[in-house]
Write a protein of this length. Structure first.
Length: 296
């Protein structure tokens, strides 16, 4: 895996901490070619989100870096094929599956992850092509250490000596906030309501994570039983108002954690914002628009 791709993969993996929820047995309408994700999942925002990079922001920085790398590689007499863009509607919301299965995903895929949308597939294939480039091209792009070459030149042109955005504080605090909010009386009550609802439908799971993690679902494709369970799951989450209650509780916990960790988080956000601002400048000069956030 190329160093730049590895950095992107790490950033995008930040938002796969748990498996989320919403509700409704019937599939609501969605925009053509958009990810099969509910409106509630797209709209769910938590205070700590400001201190990590979204998928769209990760792609934005990657695209700007790619422009500068192409110039460097061309200057060495080597071709550098640009990565194809990822459509805004193909980026996952930051809190998808945070509290359990998603309403729209469950209809199509049960607890299985949705397939990558076309623009994400195209970008992934472009990365695969880069990893198959000749050794001399790889060395020019990334240097013998994997962090040099034109990648190092592009990063320096982009932000000087500013280090890559650090998500250590975010990772630590977002996990802590999820667990702390889960233990609040209102979330425990909502989980009890969810459990009662599921029991009436014939399912015995202690919480949505247990339902999603059933080993029976480790199949190549979602089974009818898996889809039926996931539909009951999100219906019971709606009945228990679980997402609304849990998000409100976690928002309070996160706000408290932000106040207690101001210095660490401020430094992380300042670094992230500098990379984003620099990337937007490069894209504007190139006459390209940045990746907007998908419409809720």
């Amino acid at each position: 895996m190329s160093p730049s791709r590895a950095r992107t993969t790490t950033a995008l993996a930040l938002f796969l901490a748990t498996t989320a929820c919403t509700a409704a047995e019937h599939e609501p309408p969605r925009a053509p070619h958009s990810l099969p994700v509910s409106r509630q999942a797209r709209q769910l925002r938590l205070p700590l989100d400001a201190y990590a990079s979204t998928e769209a922001e990760t792609y934005l920085v990657e695209d700007a870096e790619d422009i500068l790398m192409r110039r460097c590689m061309n200057g060495l007499g080597m071709e550098w094929k640009a990565l194809p863009p990822v459509a805004a509607q193909d980026t996952e919301p930051p809190n998808l599956r945070r509290y359990g299965a998603d309403q729209v995903e469950s209809v199509h895929y049960g607890y299985h992850p949705h397939p990558d949308p076309p623009s994400v597939v195209r970008r992934s294939r472009a990365w695969d092509e880069r990893e198959a480039l000749p050794a001399e091209v790889q060395r020019a792009a990334y240097g013998p250490s994997g962090t040099g070459g034109c990648l190092k030149t592009a990063d320096h042109q982009l932000v000087g000596d500013t280090a890559l955005p650090s998500h250590r504080a975010f990772n630590e605090l977002t996990g802590k906030a999820l667990e702390a909010s889960r233990r609040t009386p209102e979330v425990r009550d909502a989980l009890r309501r969810w459990h009662t609802c599921m029991a009436k439908a014939g399912y015995d799971y202690p919480d949505p994570y247990a339902a999603a993690g059933n080993k029976r679902w480790k199949t190549a494709e979602p089974t009818p039983a898996e889809r039926a369970t996931a539909r009951a799951d999100v219906t019971c989450q709606k009945s228990a108002k679980l997402v609304t209650v849990w998000a409100a509780a976690e928002t309070r916990v996160q706000q408290r954690l932000i106040q207690q960790n101001t210095d660490r988080l401020h430094e992380a956000k300042a670094r992230k914002d500098r990379w984003l601002a620099a990337a937007r400048r490069v894209l504007r000069r190139e006459g390209r628009t940045s990746h907007p956030s998908p419409a809720p």
